[in-house]
Write a protein that binds this ligand. Structure first.
Ligand SMILES: [Zn+2]
Length: 498
């Protein structure tokens, strides 16, 4: 009930009068977009200026510009220019003929620019020609993990700067998992039991096992989650990230490609942390959904979410679900991931949702998402690069025609070398059924369906977005008025005379 007030907000629609005639702003901008629908440069300019609300599907480490990691690496670490491996120190027993270099040596030998470019290519999709698209993408995270852990301040500052410059008011970033060395007794035994219960779908026994693990781990986990929250708050405040232009919140995540007890412990940590912090607003699960353990344990992971959702009903859940294609998963797997994320795990938002058309209960899922306003987070460039899904293979039209609330997001803008501006441009170019009115709904969805906890903050961001749209639309219409070549696109309001 707490958030309902926002749903009663009307989407603002502005109209501007010039002398006696009244310009129909939405119709005029719609005509403008229609006219330029295939013009990449004009659309880029338009969408760069358009306020975009929030980016809700945003992995911190994959979104930081690759150059932030690369430049830090050049200045602080040792690099093997042949393999592009990075270490804090050169190995003691160096192989003959293999040169490890630091900044000084790279500069002396005139290799700085070459190695910088090589690293950017290695850690992103820049100039990548295939064939292993998925590996190039997912392997990047491991390759830049060393600089990633040393550059949170630079990374967050860069993300804020980019957001503000492209009129993004809010970021909800999947920031980190919660570090904790604590273990429970006999983890191997628990793994075997959990896997057996999952295989036989013994839900009662499974819930009892989860309860036992939860009880044993909770007291160990609490201090870890508190430390994690304090670190996030420290960074957030030290960098003064929230201001009158910009707001950021964080999601915790567990990794889905490790043994079940480890996933469950990580999820407990994530939920404990999110439950206690206003800055940590939700929990997610990450890593390739098509990998062995992710596929094998998918149903089990959904049960873990369901269990923790009951323990922590206020913690919001965003779920990577259905980031699959027939090339990556067999028909049995393609049939149920989004369905289970919605109906078992209690997900509030679905990340990607690409396989929806393959799920046998798709209609039921789509209805539930529409009625409950559970958004699908659409990541067009990511789906194109990693999955090879684009154009009308992408289920965006399925979600559109079923009136499922949508948000447009970047996923990993750093690795994918994209921006939210690009994502809107691609949307506009490829899916002409999106009118301007449909498109302007998306940034407002991204604030309404964000996990921002404080009502006052959510309202503030919403108001900021509404004001930004008023300014933007006024400017676009004024430009159309001023430029003779655009005047024919202006639409006048037809008023009935009484
Ligand atoms: Zn993602």
């Amino acid at each position: 009930m707490k958030r309902l007030f926002l749903l009663s907000f009307f989407l603002p629609a502005f109209s501007f009068s010039y002398s006696q005639i009244q310009i129909d702003t939405l119709a005029s901008i719609n005509a403008y977009l229609h006219f330029f629908r295939n013009n990449e440069a004009v659309l880029t300019e338009f969408f760069k200026q358009m306020p975009k609300g929030g980016d809700l599907h945003h992995h911190y480490s994959g979104s930081v510009p690759t150059e932030v990691y690369v430049d830090y690496t050049l200045e602080h670490f040792w690099i093997n220019p042949a393999t592009l491996e990075v270490r804090t120190e050169p190995p003691r027993n160096r192989q003959r003929g293999v040169d490890w270099m630091d900044y000084r040596l790279l500069t002396q030998r005139g290799l700085l620019d070459q190695v910088r470019n090589d690293l950017v290519r290695e850690w992103s999709v820049r100039e990548f020609g295939g064939p292993d698209y998925s590996d190039q993408f997912f392997d990047a995270f491991g390759k830049f993990s060393l600089p990633k852990n040393s550059t949170y301040e630079q990374g967050l500052r860069a993300l804020k700067q980019i957001a503000v410059e492209e009129n993004v008011q809010y970021l909800e970033t999947m920031f980190n998992s919660v570090d904790c060395p604590a273990t429970i007794d006999n983890e191997e035994g628990w793994n075997t039991r959990l896997l057996t219960y999952a295989k036989e779908e013994q839900t009662t026994a499974l819930v009892a096992a989860l309860e036992a693990i939860f009880d044993e781990f909770r007291s160990e986990a609490e201090p870890c989650s508190e430390t994690h929250n304090a670190q996030i708050r420290g960074l957030h405040e030290r960098l003064a990230l929230d201001d009158e232009h910009f707001t950021i919140r964080y999601q915790n995540y567990a990794v889905r490609v490790i043994p079940p007890v480890n996933v469950f412990k990580d999820l407990i940590l994530c939920f404990l942390s999110a439950d206690k912090s206003e800055l940590v607003v939700g929990v997610n699960i990450v890593a390739p959904e098509h990998e062995y353990m992710a596929i094998r344990d998918y149903w089990l992971h959904m049960q873990m979410f369901a269990f923790l959702h009951e323990k922590f009903p206020d913690v919001k859940i965003a779920m990577h679900a259905g980031e699959l294609t027939p090339a990556l998963a067999n028909p049995v797997e393609l049939d149920f991931h989004i369905t289970d994320a919605v109906f078992i795990a209690g997900a509030d938002r679905i990340g990607h949702g690409v396989d929806i058309a393959y799920e046998s209960e798709s209609e039921k899922v789509l209805d539930e998402m529409r009625v409950q306003r559970k958004a699908v987070e659409i990541n067009l460039s990511s789906n194109e690069f990693i999955l090879g899904v684009e154009g009308d293979e992408h289920p965006i039209s399925v979600y559109y025609y079923h009136d499922v609330p949508m948000v447009i997001s970047t996923d990993d803008a750093g690795i994918l070398r994209t921006t939210l501006t690009d994502q809107y441009r691609i949307l506009c170019e490829r899916y002409p059924f999106f009118s301007y009115e449909d498109i302007r709904q998306l940034p407002f969805n991204s604030i309404e369906l964000s996990f921002i906890e404080e009502d006052s903050v959510k309202k503030e961001v919403w108001d900021r977005l509404a004001q930004a749209f008023e300014d933007f639309e006024k400017k676009v219409v004024e430009e159309m008025e001023e430029l003779p070549k655009l005047q024919h696109l202006i639409k006048i309001k037809t008023s009935s005379r009484h």
